[in-house]
Design a protein around this ligand. Structure first.
Ligand code: ATP
Length: 854
């Protein structure tokens, strides 16, 4: 029954319609204003272009181990191409069968079609026929249609596609669905930043009603003139304004078509500084292509399968490649542009399958990319349409000539106007290049520390990045690398790094201690200030292993990450760390660059890095985006001059000494000593076991019969020895457990009195627990224990940054001064030694003389 005009129902409906109209009007006004700005599409009409109507439903966030296997790090293998006809009048409740029957595809060409996305793109294309004003209105209309379709439509349709793709694999279908659900749940949990977008689907729509996006909040983006679909993603991600590096790079890269060398502090949003121009150009091209096709009256289906690689992004580590992929996918979600990672540690076959979907953007590490390219992987060698070549963390690529593969990859790229001649053999493997495309490829080179070398910095400031002529042996400089990659003369040089290159809101500090006390100080930091996520960096894997073992014995839950781990375990570690608000990650420098995990509050340099660049990148895992954070370097007296010279390279003269409450140290040391003894016993035991099994294995291999018969005496001795060790281990464990069962106590703590001020919630809780414990003790012992002391101490668990701010002590780090002090100390030690020697000699002489006299 229709609602009467004056009925509450109709009032509600009309106010809803009014609100909706108002929103649409606001949005249109904004877009009208946006359209009135000069629009500068960078594509010429004859540019070769093919597009794929595809879904990019590859959610962000690192996945758990179980998910990695089939869904390939969050990447579903794109589904068979087909057109899905959707009856919008029945959006929600369809059986699986019905869902399956709506999919029409050949099932084999690997192109995925998402109804929502497909409809979006189609509608957008229609809109593009009319000029900008109309386009804006139409985009809104499509969004409205989507929201009318109701909650859950998109997810259901996606499941349909999934069903269609794996009809024969019932088992794996179920697993996939489960994984997908799990993944979605996880993404919901981790994507804290997501805000509702007007007109987006599903859950977003529901939220949208409650909290519509105020376009005015995003005003700062307008001058960048980004495509409406990009803006939609930006709304969704909740990025209110572009970061300075984005502001500086996007106009040059997206509207002027320039190559860019970009330097900005860690966590400043460099990924989108190069990512958004890529999306902008691809979307502009899509529009042009649609227009052309419609003008010529050709069928668009004819072109839908010709996906070529448009952007190749190279990063130095696998984790970073996966993260950049996730980040770009989040932006490309509304634009139906696909992004996939190609990294080591994943099976090559699976990656080949992913490549069959012909994604527009690939993010990869040099090793695996080259492996596939040199193997003639079609999508990777058909590079004639490549429009972007990006080197993220570019300065890492030229370190120690690690990346020979990178050189080979670059040699495979089609020539651009500025390129020098290169290996013709490689060029032959590559599909021939159209001269239009040659001119068009843009090269982006980014890093936080690219400008660290004084020489390069000067060049950046002068605005002159003149490449050297024909580097013959690899890339020993960013210039050579950029030139080889085809960077042109009119490159935009954007250096936004501050004088010290370190992140703005990072507060640095150090603790000076002996090498053997580093464990204790680390344990102290984690115990007393264990709030927020912490990353502890080691230089050597062996040190990391030893440290993780000790900390685990001490009951500190840590995850480890280093290059000798299997890829799955590496991802799992990051995933778990990301999922724990107060997580602790022990990592080597494999995690130093690029890893972006929100809520990392503290970085500890357990071992100092070998270079200032690494120090900066390590420390840059905290104080990202607009957050603050703190770094603590543990330095031995021997390392002070190394630390001072590090400070010198980023022009810092003084650092803060991290405040320590020394009264805690006796107990810390006690616990640590027990943990070390336990660790020693456990290590010895596992070594023996490993040795034994190694011997037995090898004996088996050569058909050798191992004589297990020991003499009676040996057996008895071994048994006795084992018994002693085991008793000793139990005793140590018991002792340690007893210490660990109560909070760390400072030496001066009075067992009788409690000072009233500053009792933290933690301390309060501990008191309650201990009081309960005492009470039950009394009951159990029948009140025999008359001296009932309340032994409880908790600490106000403030995070390191807060402790540093309230009590840190400034210390000048003058390299000359430190070197001089060190020299003085050594001189003093030498002098004392000599004096001692002289004194000994004198006494010896005296004794001799006395003996001679007798
Ligand atoms: N405009 C923006 N507004 C708010 N946050 C943003 C914006 N752009 C990017 N971010 C967020 O900032 C964080 C850091 O971005 P990103 O990883 O690109 O930094 P980066 O400069 O590449 O850092 P690094 O040098 O360490 O690799 C990410 O979590 C990203 O989502």
């Amino acid at each position: 029954m229709a609602a009467q005009p004056d009925s509450p129902a109709s009032n509600g409906a009309s106010s809803k319609t009014r609100a909706k109209r108002k929103r649409v009007q606001q949005h249109n006004d904004e877009l009208e204003r946006f359209d009135s700005l000069a629009w500068n599409p960078s594509l010429s009409a004859d540019d070769p272009f093919s597009f794929v109507v595809g879904s990019n439903e590859l959610e962000g966030g690192f996945l758990s181990l179980e998910e990695i296997d089939e869904s390939e790090y969050g990447l579903e293998i794109p589904k068979p191409e087909g057109k899905i006809r959707k009856d919008k009048s029945k959006p929600n409740k369809q059986s699986n069968k019905e869902k399956g029957s709506e999919i029409h595809g050949d099932g084999g060409n690997g192109v995925e079609v998402s109804v929502e996305k497909g409809e979006n793109v189609k509608a957008d294309r229609k809109n593009n026929k009319k000029k900008n004003k109309k386009k804006a209105k139409e985009v809104k209309k499509v969004e409205d249609v989507d929201s009318e379709a109701g909650d859950g439509v998109e997810s259901e349709v996606e499941e349909k596609e999934e069903d269609g793709n794996v009809q024969t694999e019932q088992g794996s279908k179920k697993t996939k669905k489960k994984k997908k659900k799990k993944k979605k749940k996880k993404v919901n949990e981790t994507q804290e930043k997501e805000v509702p977008v007007p007109g987006s689907n599903g859950q977003d729509d529901v939220e949208e009603e409650e909290e519509p996006v105020d376009d005015a909040d995003y005003y700062a983006w307008n001058e960048l003139r980004l495509h409406p679909l990009i803006m939609k993603s930006i709304y969704r991600l909740g990025f209110k304004e572009p970061t300075p590096i984005q502001k500086a790079c996007i106009p040059a890269a997206a509207h002027q078509g320039k190559d860019v060398v970009g330097a900005a502090e860690t966590g400043s949003g460099k990924t989108l500084a190069f990512g958004l121009p890529i999306f902008q150009r691809l979307l502009e091209e899509q529009e042009k292509a649609t227009k052309m096709l419609e003008e010529r009256g050709e069928e668009e289906e004819k072109y839908t399968q010709k996906g070529f690689l448009r952007a190749l992004i190279i990063t130095p580590t696998r984790e970073l490649a996966l993260q950049v992929t996730d980040h770009l996918k989040a932006v490309g979600k509304d634009a139906s542009i696909r992004v996939i990672p190609i990294v080591g540690g994943m099976s090559t076959e699976k990656q080949a399958r992913l490549l069959k979907s012909r994604p527009e953007i690939i993010v990869g590490t040099p090793g695996r990319l080259w492996e596939l390219m040199s193997g003639g992987e079609k999508h990777l060698v058909e590079l004639h349409s490549l429009s972007f070549f990006v080197l993220d963390e570019a300065d890492r690529m030229i370190e120690n000539g690690h990346f020979h593969e990178l050189q080979s990859i670059i040699d495979m790229l089609p020539l651009t106007n500025g390129s020098i001649e290169r290996n013709p053999q490689n060029a032959q493997t590559c599909v021939t290049v159209s001269s239009v495309q040659r001119k068009k490829r843009q090269t982006f080179v980014f890093s936080a520390t690219i400008a660290l070398s004084a020489d390069f910095r000067k060049k950046l400031k002068r605005g002159a990045l003149k490449p050297k002529q024909s580097p013959s042996d690899g890339f020993n400089s960013i210039e050579a690398l950029s030139e080889r990659a085809g960077m042109r003369d009119n490159v935009a040089l954007v250096d936004l790094t501050n004088v010290s290159i370190l992140a703005n809101k990072l507060e640095e500090s150090f603790i000076e201690c002996k090498e053997e006390d580093k464990d204790a100080y680390l344990y102290y930091i984690l115990c007393i200030h264990g709030r927020g996520r912490t990353i502890v960096f080691c230089t050597a894997v062996a040190a990391l292993r030893r440290l993780s073992s000790i900390l685990r014995i001490l009951g500190v839950n840590v995850w480890t990450l280093h290059a000798q781990m299997q890829q799955r375990a590496r991802l799992k570690a990051i995933d778990r760390f990301r999922g724990n608000e107060h997580g602790i990650l022990l990592a080597t420098d494999v995690a130093a660059r690029g890893i972006d995990i929100p809520g990392v509050r503290t970085v500890v340099h357990y071992q100092l890095p070998h270079s200032a660049e690494v120090y900066i990148h390590r420390s840059g895992r905290t104080a990202r985006a607009s957050a603050d954070g703190c770094s603590i370097a543990l330095i031995t007296p021997k390392e002070t001059s190394k630390f001072a010279s590090l400070c010198k390279s980023f022009l810092k003269e003084s650092f803060q000494r991290f405040p320590l409450e020394n009264s805690y140290m006796p107990e810390v040391m006690k616990r640590l000593s027990l943990a070390r003894q336990i660790d020693k016993i456990l290590r010895k035991d596992s070594k023996e076991k490993a040795k034994k099994s190694w011997f037995e294995r090898n004996a088996e291999l050569v058909d050798l019969l191992v004589d297990k018969d020991e003499s009676e005496e040996e057996r008895v001795n071994n048994f006795k020895q084992k018994k002693v060790t085991s008793a000793n281990l139990n005793k140590l464990l018991q002792e340690l457990n007893e210490l660990l069962s109560r909070p760390l106590q400072p030496k001066s703590f009075s067992h009788r009195y409690l000072a009233g001020a500053g009792v933290s919630p933690l301390l309060q809780h501990q008191f309650q627990e201990l009081a309960k414990l005492k009470l039950s003790d009394v009951k159990n012992t029948g009140g025999e224990n008359k001296r009932r002391k309340l032994v409880a101490i908790g600490q106000d668990c403030v995070e390191p940054l807060q402790a540093l701010r309230t009590a840190g002590q400034e210390v000048r780090m003058d390299i000359k001064e430190t070197a001089q002090k060190r020299k003085n100390m050594e001189d003093l030690r030498k002098k004392r030694k000599e004096e001692k020697k002289r004194f000994r000699d004198q006494r010896r002489k005296q004794k001799k003389n006395m003996k001679g006299g007798q």
